[in-house]
Design a protein around this ligand. Structure first.
Ligand code: ADP
Ligand code: ZN
Length: 730
């Protein structure tokens, strides 16, 4: 049996959040401690966070071993969580300390409970308004009545704490004693269920039974947008609540949580816990602790919510499972969809993957018999899938610098006459993707990246979409110094806004793009207003493809259906197919039938034809056959290796050495390709070189990669990132 309690002075192994590469021995503190306890331990002169991972190794002079300083007053890490972190670390080739950091992202998690001061909007305006005071009020209003700690509020407003304290004296901010970390209200599974259609009820019954069984299983819940997938998986959540277990719902986009929380409240009578980067620190801490104690029934959140310390997790829903934002592309490279399955498998929990356009990976897992498949065939109520057709741009009469074809324009005109909404879709933020000097032909590029800068007219700046660097829009060409010759080339959503407004001067035109909002809350309010009919024409990026409801919308015009088909990305066709279908799915959600028009220069392209024909099965089987033949995911395994550094020669030399010393990979039949400059060969001033490793589906890839990579010492500023199952190639 694994030892679960350690008496004072016994050796324990503590995993810390420091990059030490191993578990360290400490002596159990006074009163002893349990395995899994969160502790503070001394490391050199510092005090650091750790978890009692098991018994100590005892390979160090006992007399020199230091003691655990303090056991934190939080629920200990459960053994299934330890197993999950270990497996996730092995799968993603990530050191365990980094996994632990992911699992402990709660500020002040060890602080004693009790009360503390919180700050909210007060009852009176300050008599004398200053910029700093205004900033504090803005933050408080922005978060609609939420409470902040002093430090948090001051930081978010960018002011000193004395400003806040001063406003308390004036009554503009109220100061209260609030109990820390209160439990979340109980959700009632019987509160507000809808009457389901036969199709929906059958699906819900299967999921409810699976959840009630208390065993692991994964179900792909497929159905067109509006078919009621959410209603169906909420029944799985209800079954989970009835079983007394916790449920997690992952959403791909923070902007969607607001709408979703309302739906949960309508169904279960209370709001659930929320976990994502837009939540205040105070609320994060509460969520982390309450999840551990079982005092949060349902968590709605972003992918990192998978690493919360659930007391008894019975269900994980991954909504829009195909969405690329589930792949974490920074730090620990993991795919939340895969990690959800890993987490559930060790927990006797069910996974529901919901999508109108599932990923080829999930599709293949269904085919292989690993996942169950449920399908909702039709939209709920009178709505039907929109009629889709291609507009052949080769035969449209369109002056250069314009992008709305006469055919699309006529369709929009019709919607305006009928009092319905149109959506013009272009997946490009900003005003124009290229700024060109008409005198010398120079294109303005980022100083640190191998990328052109995108004009954002709204912000009056040029922005690099790789590193986020911005600079003011110049009036003189930085290359030839000629004045007033810089011109915008190509369309972004802001520019589409101008064009559409000029075509329909009396229409209410709005541009919906994440960078035009100060906060998720502001964006949410605007989206609600649009959905209620506050606009005639919406111009939008990918943002609108993700699950917002616009009942009055009956036309979707896709400006450039070919955009995603360019480039050499393995998943280009799949992504385009998914995105176009998702966008088209925005039309005709309520009573009025919808129409989707795709502007394309290659209407005969197989992907465009499959989209227009709505022939999903044909698309997926053709795509699957191609990937099978090429031996690429999901029918083969891949890992992307990105090497980077300041000196291009050094980076390449490392790449060449890696390609040459590939015995560990050859032993499992894997092949290395490269080194080659990465598609974006420089980011933030660092040169980037890629290698690609391909192996058979059954090959033990991670082990071989670990052995291979360990041969190379990274000198100086050289870095190596290994991405298992890469989603994008940049
Ligand atoms: P999906 O998740 O597949 O896009 P939703 O679950 O959001 O679909 O359903 C689309 C709309 O139809 C929602 O407004 C939802 O409340 C409504 N709806 C779906 N099924 C039912 C039902 N059985 N009874 C009443 N309304 C329903
Ligand atoms: Zn840049």
């Amino acid at each position: 049996m694994v030892q679960s309690h350690f008496n004072e002075g016994e050796l324990v192994g503590v995993l810390t959040t420091q990059p030490l590469g191993r578990v360290l021995d400490y002596k159990a503190p006074q009163g002893g401690c349990f395995a899994g306890a969160f502790v503070e331990v001394p490391l050199g002169p510092r005090k650091i966070l750790g978890v009692v991972w098991g018994a100590g190794a005892g390979d160090y002079d006992y007399a020199k071993v230091r003691s655990v300083m303090r056991v934190l007053d939080v629920a200990p890490m459960r053994s299934e969580m330890q197993t999950f972190l270990t497996r996730a670390a092995d799968y993603t080739l990530t050191p365990l300390d980094q996994m632990l950091r992911l699992a402990t992202r709660a500020p002040g998690m060890g602080d004693a409970p009790g009360t503390r001061k919180v700050y909210r909007l007060g009852s009176s305006e300050p008599t004398r308004m200053t910029e700093a005071r205004q900033a504090v009020l803005d933050v408080l209003r922005e978060y609609g009545g939420l409470a902040f700690t002093l430090k948090e509020l001051a930081e978010m407003a960018g002011v000193g704490t004395t400003v806040v304290k001063g406003m308390v004296k004036l009554g503009a901010v109220s100061e209260e004693d609030a109990p820390r970390d209160t439990p979340y209200p109980k959700l009632d599974p019987n509160y507000g269920g809808k009457e389901l259609t036969a199709d929906q009820a059958a699906g819900a019954a299967v999921l409810a039974e699976a959840v009630a069984s208390g065993t692991y299983g994964t179900t792909l819940l497929k159905g067109v947008t509006g078919s009621g997938k959410t209603e169906v998986y909420l029944e799985a959540v209800a079954a989970c609540l009835r079983a007394g277990r916790q449920a997690l719902v992952l959403l791909p986009e923070i902007a969607l949580t607001g709408e979703f929380l309302d739906r949960i409240e309508a169904r279960f009578g209370q709001r659930p816990a929320e976990w994502h980067s837009g939540v205040t620190q105070t609320e994060r801490r509460r969520c982390w602790r309450m999840v551990g104690l079982g005092d949060a029934d349902v968590v709605v959140g972003a992918r990192s919510a998978l690493f919360l310390p659930y007391r008894d997790l019975g269900l994980i829903v991954v909504d829009e499972e195909h969405d690329t934002s589930y792949k974490q592309e920074d730090g620990v490279l993991y795919n939340a969809r895969d990690m959800a399955v890993l987490r559930a498998a060790g927990n006797g929990a069910q996974v529901v993957l919901a999508s109108a356009t599932p990923s080829l990976e999930s599709w293949a897992n269904v085919e292989a018999g690993k996942y169950r498949r449920l399908e909702l065939k039709s939209r709920f109520g009178p709505a039907v899938m929109p009629k889709m057709s291609a507009i052949d741009m080769r035969s449209e009469d369109l002056p250069s610098g314009h992008w709305v074809s006469p055919s699309l324009r006529a369709a929009m005109q019709l919607r305006i006459e009928r009092g319905e909404q149109s959506l013009v879709f272009l997946n490009r933020r900003g005003y124009a993707p290229v700024t060109l000097c008409r005198a010398c032909g120079h294109q303005i590029a980022c100083d640190d990246c191998d990328a052109r800068m995108v004009e954002h007219r709204f912000l009056k700046r040029l922005m690099c979409h790789q590193c986020g660097a911005t600079k003011p829009m110049p009036t003189v060409c930085p290359h030839c110094a000629v004045e007033d010759k810089l011109s915008a080339v190509g369309p972004g959503v802001e520019r589409m806004g101008e064009e559409v407004q000029a075509l329909f001067p009396d229409a209410r035109v709005v541009v919906l793009s994440s960078d035009l909002y100060g906060s998720a809350r502001a964006m949410k309010a605007h989206i609600a207003d649009i959905a209620a009919g506050g606009a005639d024409i919406v111009i939008g990026t990918q943002l609108v493809a993700k699950g917002h409801n616009f009942p009055k919308l009956t036309l979707v015009g896709v400006i450039d259906a070919d955009l995603g088909l360019q480039g050499s990305d393995l998943r280009a066709a799949e992504r385009t197919f998914q995105l176009m279908r998702q966008v088209a799915g925005r039309a005709g959600r309520a009573e009025a039938p919808g129409e989707a028009l795709l502007q394309t220069y290659q209407p005969e392209h197989a992907v465009i034809r499959a989209i227009v024909a709505g022939d999903e099965e044909a698309f997926w089987s053709a795509e699957a056959a191609e990937r099978k033949a090429a031996g690429v995911p999901p029918y083969g395994r891949m890992a992307g290796i990105v090497l980077s550094g300041g000196d291009v020669q050094q980076v390449f030399d490392l790449g060449t050495a890696m390609a040459r010393q590939d015995a560990a990979l050859r032993r499992i039949g894997a092949q290395v390709f490269g080194p080659a400059p990465a598609p974006i060969a420089r980011i933030r001033g660092r040169h980037r070189v890629r290698l690609l490793v391909k192996a058979d589906k059954a090959a033990p890839l991670q082990q071989a990669l670990a052995e291979w990579a360990a041969q190379f010492k990274l000198r100086g500023d050289l870095r190596m990132a290994i991405d298992i199952d890469p989603q994008s190639f940049y």
